[in-house]
Design a protein around this ligand. Structure first.
Ligand code: F6P
Length: 500
């Protein structure tokens, strides 16, 4: 454990002697000093439960772990995915900031793939196709699904539908009402070996009845060809981009179809704006660094076991699901890069939902439950509708909740006491347009990487998802062939399944 990381806990304990409300009221400059603006994105950390001394300790941690150097290594294509010996060059999909051949080549490959993608978008726009079914799961689904849900206009050229779960009900729901002669399907899978995507892909292919409207995005072009998808309708990805960081690549094909190629490029430009900031801004004024240090503070100094993400905008309702994969698949690790066990807690459970709906579901626990849950509140300053009164109410709720959580309320009746001291970060985006959304997502990507650096873990592998997949293969064989399984509980449940 780094000495600066070990130093955080005493600072956390020290916080118990002061309240978050006192930190804010006794330090009038705090509300502005603990805030940053990067283009259309404003962040305010004044309601985090650290004082200036603790903040200095976090800055010392940033220096000790050389966060700026770590950003450089990421952008330059060094093998930051240490267990698999690969770079993680998602930033090269949208920025040309990496030095050296690896990063430059990746950037060139990404641009060439984007040009091919633009041609396919054009071809489809000139066809009779009205609907697109995107088949993929995890990183090959959640990012495009989020962006399409957030940005697609109702009068878009194509309606884009997503199919991820290996569940006939999902297939039925997705395909019902669609005309196979006016639908195209895209199979998205980096490995092209994911059971759910291949099974659903077969069903969709059969339903389409015409391979001419079947497209693929994958790093395994041989498998695409083996599946019968023509090279001309296949777009590449590469082992240097992780699935959960890949929406900027051809994995974003459904996004480009839903919002248009120009707006897809603007999404990338927004992310590139955050890339430049993340790489170039000094640690004390660097938004991803600030966000990552805050996450580590809440986990390791204040012992927070979960973290909420609360977008106050219906169009961002899928953000919590997207971030669950980005954050928890990246940081759900218990050994450091060198294989040694961590001596501290790593990722908390991330969860959340869109406000104000969630105020009427789980906010009771946020205000008065025994667990303190740090939260990211996300708001959009200017809506894309003209119902001014509704937007004012939405924003008023957002601000009121952060204030109530932080400041609490004293009462004689213990049932009506709000303990306060419940930290939150406020992220405001000027507008939810492609640029703003690109910046917001890139902020989280960089924060996740930096948290991994602070913890000394690898943000880019996911061996933890393998065992269940392997076992499912054996159980499926047992279900279909009546074969035996060795685990007695699985065997007993299989017997029940066979009986009913
Ligand atoms: O769930 C594990 C995982 O490997 C994710 O990391 C990935 O995004 C998802 O499966 C889908 O993988 P693929 O794109 O190879 O189908």
């Amino acid at each position: 454990m780094s000495s600066a990381l070990a130093c955080l806990r005493p600072h956390g304990l020290r916080m118990q002697a002061t309240s978050l409300a006192a930190l804010v009221t006794n330090d009038p400059a705090r509300a502005s000093d603990f805030a940053l603006r990067v283009g259309p994105l404003y962040a305010n950390f004044a309601r985090q439960y650290y004082d200036r001394e603790a903040w200095s300790a976090l800055q010392a941690l940033a220096a000790e772990t050389d966060l700026p150097g770590a950003m450089r290594r990421l952008f330059d294509g060094e093998p930051v995915n240490t267990t698999e010996g690969r770079p993680a060059l998602h930033a090269a999909l949208r920025s040309d900031l990496g030095v050296g051949d690896t990063a430059r080549q990746a950037h060139g490959q990404a641009r060439a793939a984007r040009q091919r993608m633009a041609r396919l978008v054009q071809e489809l726009a000139e066809s009779n196709v009205t609907d697109i079914v995107s088949v993929g799961i995890g990183g090959s689904d959640l990012g495009p699904r989020l962006v399409v849900d957030a940005l697609a206009a109702t009068n878009a050229r194509f309606r884009v539908h997503f199919l991820s779960n290996v569940d006939g009900h999902a297939v039925q729901k997705t395909l019902s009402g669609l005309d196979p002669t006016r639908t195209a399907a895209i199979l998205i899978s980096k490995s092209f070996g994911t059971q759910e995507t291949l099974l659903n892909g077969e069903v969709v292919r059969h339903w389409l009845g015409n391979d001419e409207r079947l497209y693929a995005v994958s790093a395994n072009l041989e498998r695409c060809a083996g599946f019968g998808i023509a090279e001309a309708r296949t777009l590449p990805m590469w082992d240097w981009v992780g699935g959960r960081y890949s929406l900027w690549s051809a994995v974003g094909f459904p996004i480009a179809l839903a919002i248009g190629m120009d707006r897809f490029e603007t999404l990338l430009a927004g992310a590139a704006q955050m890339d430049a900031h993340a790489l170039q801004a000094p640690a004390h004024a660097n938004l991803p660094m600030w966000h990552a240090l805050t996450a580590v503070w809440n986990r390791n100094a204040l012992d927070a076991r979960t973290q909420a993400v609360l977008p106050y905008d219906e169009r961002l309702r899928l953000l919590p699901a997207y971030l669950q994969q980005l954050v928890m698949e990246s940081l759900g690790k218990r050994v450091q890069c060198d294989g040694s066990s961590v001596a501290f807690d790593t990722v908390p459970v991330w969860w959340g939902g869109a406000g104000t709906d969630v105020q009427h579901s789980f906010f009771q626990a946020l205000h008065q439950g025994t667990d303190v849950v740090p939260a990211d509140f996300i708001g959009i300053c200017r809506p894309d509708h003209d119902r001014v009164g509704l937007h004012a109410a939405l924003m008023a709720n957002l601000l009121a909740q952060t204030e109530a959580l932080a400041n609490g309320q004293d009462k004689a009746d213990p049932h009506r006491v709000y303990p306060g001291n419940r930290p939150s970060t406020l992220l405001l985006v000027d507008r939810l347009d492609p640029q703003g959304l690109g910046m917001l997502i890139a902020l989280y990507e960089h924060s996740v990487y930096l948290q991994a650096v602070l913890w000394g873990i690898n943000a880019f592998d996911q061996f933890g998802v393998e065992l269940g997949k392997q076992l499912a293969g054996g159980v499926l064989a047992a279900l279909q062939d009546e074969a035996d399984v060795s685990d007695p509980v699985t065997a007993a449940v299989l017997a029940q399944l066979r009986r009913t």
